[in-house]
Ligand binder design. Structure first.
Ligand code: AKG
Ligand code: FE2
Length: 230
């Protein structure tokens, strides 16, 4: 893909700020990513109740990230996202979380929180999904419930960028369903191409997402340079 002007990809129907770039990667790159993810060694996977994940670049902790080198096959995609300049120079992406969802799997509404710099970029592979945004209803003591306010259709090969209030204020989540009915509540529908029309139903397949972001707190310990002395 040639030069991307983010201004052209800013979503105007949601709060600040979200950017959606269809076909950010090619079909060949999508297959390449999925092959690499699928062939990762078994211990690289972390199995959760309703999805599997891989951490690349280290595991984020409150005390800091113990950095691990991001392998070249993945670093190329991190560099391409970095070149869009959505991350400040002081907070370049240094971590990739890979999530795998089978059809019908999802993720509960949540905030990504303070471990990360408040900008995330997600490359979508294998299947579309619908990412919902919820406005937390806060009382003085707790978050009581949340109301769905936006939905975005994330197509295969697209890139999504969320920052500012879309990161800090709105929770995001994916419903545990196998089909998505597209309606005019999808805030990025005008970016999705002429096949995506009001009323159609899209069946989910296995989806792999790459969430590329910055963990500001990095420990001086470098996992790759830890040497076990005999
Ligand atoms: O798969 C996605 O696009 C969302 C993943 C996510 O929200 C997370 O891992 O925190
Ligand atoms: Fe998240």
């Amino acid at each position: 893909m040639d030069h991307i002007d983010l201004k052209d990809n800013k979503l105007t129907l949601v709060d600040d700020a979200a950017y959606y770039i269809p076909n950010f990667i090619t079909e060949e790159q999508e297959t390449y990513i999925m092959d690499k993810v699928n062939s990762a060694p078994k211990p690289k996977w972390c199995q959760l109740k309703n999805r599997r994940l891989q951490n690349w670049g280290g595991i984020p902790h409150a005390k800091g990230l113990i950095p691990e080198t991001i392998p070249d096959w993945l670093k190329g995609f991190v560099d391409r996202v970095e070149s869009l300049q959505v991350f400040p120079r002081t907070n370049k992406p240094n971590h990739v979380l890979i999530n795998e969802y089978l059809s019908g799997q999802g993720i509960m509404p949540h905030l990504d929180g303070s471990l990360f710099f408040p900008t995330i970029s997600t490359i979508n592979c294998g299947s579309h999904t619908v990412l919902n945004f919820y406005k937390p209803l806060k009382t003085d003591i707790e978050v009581v419930s949340s109301e769905k306010v936006y939905s975005l259709l994330l197509q295969r090969r697209s890139l999504l960028i969320l920052k500012d209030k879309m990161y800090t204020e709105y929770m995001h989540g994916i419903e545990e369903i196998t089909n998505d009915i597209i309606d005019d509540k999808i805030s990025n529908i005008t970016f999705c191409g002429s096949n995506i029309q009001n009323g159609i139903s899209l069946t989910r397949n296995k989806r792999i997402s790459l969430t590329i972001r910055n963990v500001p707190r990095v420990s001086k310990l470098n996992f790759n340079s830890l040497v076990i002395k005999k």
